[in-house]
Design a binder for this molecule. Structure first.
Ligand SMILES: Nc1ncnc2c1ncn2[C@@H]1O[C@H](COP(=O)(O)OP(=O)(O)OP(=O)(O)O)[C@@H](O)[C@H]1O
Length: 123
């Protein structure tokens, strides 16, 4: 793959797909640091990516909130470059044979409540 976003972030491979956008693993060609690149077609009827990047910027500093490195239009796509996050909850659930211990479940609940509180305070 030979696409570069924002003049700096080279797409490496696709890592996910959501309702309205696709996620790619990317690399900063200057620092070699890995990033995640989210691409949304500029032709979409209801663009959401710019709104998402504004939300991340507003929530900056919170646990699990990726930093926005770049946002702009690249060819036919709106592109957002953010930190690469760890494995999804679904990935972790599969890794644990789709069974979390009580301790893990309680720790997850604690994190979810803390994240929700953080978002409510920022809202
Ligand atoms: N910053 C990231 N780092 C690593 N993987 C990510 C990152 N963001 C998203 N992903 C992966 O890409 C998948 C799709 O993400 P995306 O944000 O497009 O969709 P979603 O949050 O699942 O749904 P929606 O389209 O409703 O936002 C996620 O399920 C996750 O596995």
């Amino acid at each position: 793959m030979d696409h570069v976003v924002g003049g700096t972030y080279k797409l490496v491979r696709k890592i996910g797909k959501g309702y309205f956008a696709e996620l790619y693993l990317g690399v900063n060609v200057q620092t070699e640091e890995e990033v995640a690149v989210k691409l949304e077609s500029t032709k979409t009827e209801h663009p959401q990516l710019h709104y998402e990047s504004n939300l991340y910027t507003l929530l900056q500093g919170g646990n699990g909130i990726p930093k926005v490195r770049w946002f702009g239009i690249e060819g036919e796509y709106n592109a957002m470059v953010i930190d690469v996050l760890g494995p999804s909850l679904e990935d972790l659930f599969n890794y644990c044979n789709r069974r979390f211990t009580l301790k893990t479940t309680l720790m997850l609940a604690d994190q979810l409540v803390n994240s929700q509180n953080y978002i409510l305070i920022k809202a």
